[in-house]
Design a protein around this ligand. Structure first.
Ligand SMILES: [Cu+2]
Length: 296
């Protein structure tokens, strides 16, 4: 019995370790976080790391107290009744004040990091209009001069108030994962639009994410620092095919980015205002099939 257990345990351990890619091993070292590929990432990571430290310190104290009590106050004979204690004031003060202090410290650092990560530069290098709609994403890249003061939406009269005068775009479907191509070392503002329900735009390797809410434009600025291909996803359970709301991110050099925009224009994916969902996305191939979970 014990032997079988040992062999099984060994087998599982070997299987787990053999399945570890280099990225996995980095994740283990990063306490389950991916390597940081954005200027904002280190702030989130520091918060994460120190939260682990705090949790471990708390854990060690609690485990220590548990083992101490188990050993020190174990029953030594069947007819022994332990000394009955009603309360212990110093202990109660400690276990009231310590968690409150911990919450204050956590709160302070959470707000500090949040302010840093959500900080908005009034003049970002570029702006991308992102649309989340069941069950995919559309990425609108501006062409030409940017007006950083634009609201990224239509004003009350229905006039466009976007950062660029023309756009190129790429769209995905539930069956076809789109790719967001962005240049490295540029501060990119993502204006987030939802056409139906709340989604959430996030790239794990950037260590940032933000809700995409119908009826408003949420702004998220990210500065990617490492060229490469990353996975992005919808972080908000938005319906039956939520798990299909994936996208790829390619962080490329400035010249590759310009070439990419030219490719999109050549393919005819051009528009005067960003593609922000509605009927356009509903008409896309792959979304007209009822079995896809798409509903009118
Ligand atoms: Cu979603």
């Amino acid at each position: 019995m014990r032997r079988t257990l040992k062999v099984a345990l060994l087998g599982v351990t070997m299987l787990v370790l053999a399945g570890c890619s280099e990225a996995d091993q980095h994740q283990i070292r990063n306490l389950a976080m991916p390597d940081r590929a954005s200027a904002e990432g280190p702030f989130t990571y520091e918060l994460w790391k120190w939260a682990w430290v705090a949790a471990m310190v708390t854990g060690v104290i609690v485990w220590g107290l548990i083992f101490y009590a188990v050993v020190k106050f174990r029953r030594r004979s069947d007819d022994e009744v332990p000394r009955q204690t009603r309360y212990n004031l110093p202990l109660e003060v400690f276990y009231t004040i310590a968690p409150v202090l911990m919450c204050v410290v956590f709160f302070f650092h959470t707000v500090r990091v949040q302010d840093e990560v959500l900080k908005i530069d009034p003049e970002p290098d570029m702006t991308v209009e992102v649309l989340g709609q069941q069950w995919s994403w559309t990425f609108n890249h501006g062409v030409g001069e940017q007006d950083p003061a634009a609201e990224g939406t239509f004003d009350d009269e229905g006039e466009p108030d976007f950062a660029y005068d023309s756009y190129v775009y790429t769209s995905g479907t539930g069956a076809n994962i789109p790719t967001l191509v962005i240049p490295v070392d540029q501060t990119i503002q993502f204006n987030l639009h939802a056409a139906d329900v709340i989604h959430d735009f996030g790239v794990p390797s950037f260590l940032v994410k933000m809700d995409v809410i119908p009826g408003r434009v949420n702004k998220l600025q990210v500065t990617p620092t490492v060229e490469g291909t990353y996975a992005g996803k919808c972080y908000e359970l938005c319906g039956v095919s939520h798990s299909r709301m994936l996208f790829n991110v390619e962080v490329v050099s400035q010249s590759e980015y310009q070439a990419y925009l030219a490719d999109l224009a050549e393919a005819g994916n051009t528009a005067e205002t960003p593609i922000l969902g509605g009927s356009y996305v509903r008409d896309q191939a792959g979304l007209d099939d009822e079995s896809e979970g798409h509903s009118e």
